[in-house]
Design a protein around this ligand. Structure first.
Ligand code: GDP
Length: 193
């Protein structure tokens, strides 16, 4: 499977627009502005297939990317405070609608900002994944922004979360490229399993 061959396929704004789950799905989840688009672009070796924006909370659709043999599913980022109540409700309906369908999810990549403790929303998402037995890994991004002692401290805390949740921990940076190879391997393995 060549990850770099991905093509944008479809954007769903309401659950009725979700395409049929015909291929194994790799899901990207994280709070708004966590670096999800940068991560997807880095993985796919593209500058701007997924839109990187300085404006958080912009991506309010579920975006599907087609690879040979699997699909990437880019969930809209959660937890952006300035979004209206209606928009939050729409987000919840869309994302709940996605997970409520019996879809062929082979891996959820739960993205966290390595610099900070997971937010309440991050923890809710992790609980949701655990409770519903979705296979997931924890990906701590923006590792390039930490100095040596910050990194040691955050890595230890994340390692603990990883052990508690039985989810592998990946450390990543879209800027330095740290962790790209390991993540690609995990994705390939999940798609081919
Ligand atoms: P999204 O809203 O989760 O899709 O986040 P974006 O990919 O749009 O990134 C949000 C901001 O974080 C942008 O200014 C990116 O340039 C920056 N960013 C994303 N990933 C990294 C990273 O690994 N390192 C650094 N230093 N900045 C990053």
């Amino acid at each position: 499977m060549k990850i770099e061959s991905a093509q944008f396929e479809f954007a769903a704004g309401i659950k009725e627009q979700l395409p049929k789950g015909t291929l194994p799905e790799i899901v990207f989840s994280g709070k708004s502005n966590v670096g999800k688009s940068s991560l997807i672009n880095k993985l796919l070796n593209r500058k701007s297939l997924a839109r990187v924006s300085g404006q958080p909370g912009k991506t309010a659709t579920i975006n599907f990317y087609r690879l040979d043999g699997c699909r990437f599913v880019d969930l809209p980022g959660y937890g952006y405070a300035k979004v209206s109540k209606e928009e939050k409700l729409r987000w919840a309906e869309l994302v709940d609608g996605y997970f409520a369908e019996d879809r062929p999810v082979v891996l959820v990549i739960q993205i966290l900002d390595m610099r900070h403790e997971p937010t309440e929303n991050d923890m809710q998402m992790i609980q949701f994944l655990l409770h519903n037995q979705f296979p997931f890994l924890l990906l701590a991004t923006k590792s390039d922004k930490l100095n040596v002692s910050q990194r040691r401290e955050r890595q230890a805390a994340l390692q603990q979360l990883s052990e508690q949740t039985h989810a592998p921990l990946h450390i990543f940076s879209a800027r330095s490229g740290e962790g790209v190879g390991n993540l690609r391997s995990a994705i390939k393995k999940a798609c081919e399993s």
